[in-house]
Design a binder for this molecule. Structure first.
Ligand SMILES: Cc1cc2nc3c(=O)[nH]c(=O)nc-3n(C[C@H](O)[C@H](O)[C@H](O)COP(=O)(O)O)c2cc1C
Length: 317
């Protein structure tokens, strides 16, 4: 019996990880129907920046309603959907009102929110952005159901410490009671199998889902992923720690600034919040946008359906 599958009521212990701008109800439903767990993410289903916090919430409420028209299976939504963390309690209200089955805490470990989610009967996934045992034990004590451990191989906002996924996992296996999922660089059957052999009970996958027909990323981004390798990725310092991009014009500038010693704040300013991601990854604007993916990109060779991807990922387990 797999504890992740039991807790999440899914067939395969795979979560389609939240990715800003790139998720929507269609992707989530496709993942659910293929036996994994889909997650909405910030700007789910949107093409423009929100004009207010109220709009962030009303847009998310509408996308949650859409998920329900496409699947009756459980799905997840993060409690952090904006750079403005003061929105978290209002987002928690929304998630509880909408009876969202699974919630993601990005390691903020807020006692009041955990109690409220538990009282509402929700399943809590804690993903520590900076994995460490002390926070893992706190998550366990607060009532998290699943712990996601993230390595430096991941796409999106990178952890503070430059430790690869397989190494970081070793620090948690046997030391926490919670079932562990591994995030970062998992993109094919062999990497899933490796994660499971090393002690993960499931995998939390972002980048590989970008190269699926159902993902709303620009077609040019998907095609680039099938050609690119980890060696192409440009790493740069930013807020809070690091990021990486395929070599778009903006990605090259960000990398050069980092190499030349620009401050994290200056580099973050040029990334322009989530706008650089929207332009690069949703609109395929490789001048003004960046394309953030994990090192697992080396393992992506074809654009496939979500169902094919999940079957491929599970093929060696
Ligand atoms: C383009 C992109 C956007 C992301 N945006 C978010 C986000 O908004 N919130 C979040 O919790 N994680 C975000 N992540 C991180 C993923 O949830 C996940 O941890 C990561 O993709 C796992 O590593 P992998 O990409 O190597 O599979 C993002 C990742 C990518 C690639």
């Amino acid at each position: 019996m797999n504890r992740i599958c039991d807790l999440l009521h899914i067939t395969h212990p795979i979560i389609q990880a939240p990715m800003s701008w790139l998720t929507d109800a269609k992707l989530v439903a496709a993942v659910n129907e293929a036996g994994g767990l889909g997650f909405l993410a910030p700007h789910a289903g949107q093409n423009s920046n929100p004009s207010s916090n109220d709009e962030v919430l009303s847009r998310m409420r509408a996308e949650i309603a859409k998920v329900r028209t496409l699947t009756d299976k459980p799905f997840g939504v993060p409690v952090v959907v904006s750079y403005d963390l003061s929105l978290m309690p209002r987002m928690a209200d929304l998630l509880i009102e909408e009876q969202v089955p699974v919630v993601l805490d990005n390691g903020y470990l807020d006692e009041t929110l955990y109690r409220r989610f538990k009282d509402a009967g929700m399943t809590i996934i804690c993903r520590l952005g900076n994995p460490n045992l002390q926070d893992a034990q706190k998550a366990e004590a607060l009532g998290a159901d699943i712990l996601v451990v993230t390595g430096f191989d991941e796409g999106g906002t990178l952890p503070q410490k430059e430790v690869g996924s397989f190494s970081v996992l070793a620090d948690f296996v046997g030391k926490v009671k919670l079932p562990l999922m591994l995030a970062g660089g998992i993109a094919d059957a062999d990497s899933v199998r490796a994660a499971m052999v090393l002690g993960a009970e499931g995998v939390y996958v972002g980048t590989a889902f970008i190269a699926t027909h159902e993902c709303r990323a620009a077609q040019s981004v998907k095609e680039w992923l099938t050609q690119a390798s980890a060696d192409d990725l440009l790493l740069y310092r930013t807020e809070p720690y690091y990021y990486r991009s395929l070599p778009t014009a903006l990605g090259k500038r960000l990398h050069a600034m980092s190499e030349e010693g620009a401050s994290r704040a200056e580099i973050a300013k040029l990334m322009n919040g989530g706008t650089g991601m929207r332009l690069g990854m949703l609109e395929g604007d490789f001048e003004q946008g960046y394309v953030s993916v994990g090192t697992g990109v080396s393992r992506i060779n074809r654009i496939v359906s979500v169902k094919e991807l999940i079957n491929q990922l599970m093929a060696a387990v």
